[in-house]
Design a protein around this ligand. Structure first.
Ligand SMILES: [Zn+2]
Length: 323
């Protein structure tokens, strides 16, 4: 008689028959570097800290020691301006961060630049708009210019987060024009999720909620897989090297679908701030075990087809995996 329990006889037997496991080399650690140099716990993401540039160097060293190959950089500026032109200034804060980290770590650590207008514009929208209409081309051209600034400073990968149509094409051609044909484009494809909310609180300079543009105009409808795949197809046709599916846990089917449809394109999944909060808060309440929940979610994301996972739990996960 065939018994399914034979291959579950021991923990090691179970490991032996696993087709895959999450490994520290799958992980990417997103970090928040503050221009004002202040280090403190991020109120909307308990357990994670804003870093000064000096702290960022130390954190990156720790990241590398744990076998994590990449960090994603979020720069938290002192001020923003109407059109986000602050992003293009010579010696911008982001440039300083990339220069410093590149000088320190060379090619031993992959530096990924999150590129979005909300990091630089006073209104903190991801895209330019007029009367509520999304201005794709204007947004894409600006993202391309910002991408070049970051590539010049040492970014290895440009990750446009705006969900603008044409963003990958504009960034690719801006990079190629300046000789950065070796810099990859890692495009975000996002569903219109409430799980991003703790993140917005980490990046905003204002306490007022963002009003004026409905994010459903540029993100994909959560229930509509066709709409999501249409954006994946478009970004890949424009030259995306890697696709990020975001959020991860509510889009496991979309990770699988993207993987199946584009088997040669590496797929990343972003375990976002709301997912981080769900794990942290349920653990804090004593409802679930943080480590078990973390590893279960990461494993399910990997099983769905992600080749790499961006997670605020990266350091903790790597430590658990190395135990
Ligand atoms: Zn944005």
């Amino acid at each position: 008689m065939h018994l399914t329990t034979r291959i579950k006889k021991s923990k090691q037997m179970i490991r032996l028959v696993r087709p895959m496991e999450v490994s520290p080399s799958d992980l990417i650690y997103p970090i928040f570097v503050r221009e004002d140099g202040k280090k403190f716990e991020i109120p909307s993401m308990k357990g994670e800290y804003y870093l000064s540039l000096q702290d960022a160097v130390k954190t990156c060293s720790k990241t590398m020691e744990l076998g994590i190959p990449a960090v994603m950089i979020f720069g938290v500026l002192r001020r923003k301006d109407a059109e986000g032109s602050i992003a293009l200034q010579k010696n911008s804060f982001h440039s300083k961060v990339f220069k410093r980290l590149k000088k320190e770590f060379g090619d031993d650590l992959v530096l990924i630049s999150n590129v979005c207008l909300c990091d630089y514009t006073e209104r903190e929208f991801c895209v330019y708009t007029v009367n509520g209409k999304v201005l794709n081309e204007k947004t894409a051209v600006m993202l391309g210019r910002i991408g070049v600034v970051h590539a010049e400073a040492g970014a290895d990968v440009i990750a446009p987060a705006a969900m603008a149509d044409g963003q990958v094409k504009a960034i690719r051609s801006a990079l190629d024009d300046k000789g950065f044909d070796d810099v990859a484009v890692m495009t975000y494809v996002k569903t219109d999720s409430c799980l991003f909310q703790p993140f917005f609180k980490t990046m905003t300079l204002s306490t007022a909620p963002r009003v004026g543009v409905d994010s459903s105009k540029f993100r994909a409808d959560i229930i509509n897989k066709k709409m999501f795949m249409q954006k994946v197809d478009l970004d890949i046709s424009e030259g995306a090297d890697i696709v990020i599916v975001k959020p991860a846990l509510t889009n496991l089917d979309l990770i699988l679908r993207t993987k199946q449809r584009h088997p040669t394109i590496p797929i990343a999944a972003y375990q976002v701030s709301g997912e981080y909060a769900m794990i942290k808060c349920t653990a804090e309440e004593g409802l679930l075990n943080e480590e078990s929940l973390l590893m279960e979610t990461l494993s399910s994301i990997k099983r769905a087809g992600a080749d790499m996972i961006l997670t605020y739990h990266a350091l903790q996960a790597a430590r658990l995996l190395l135990k």
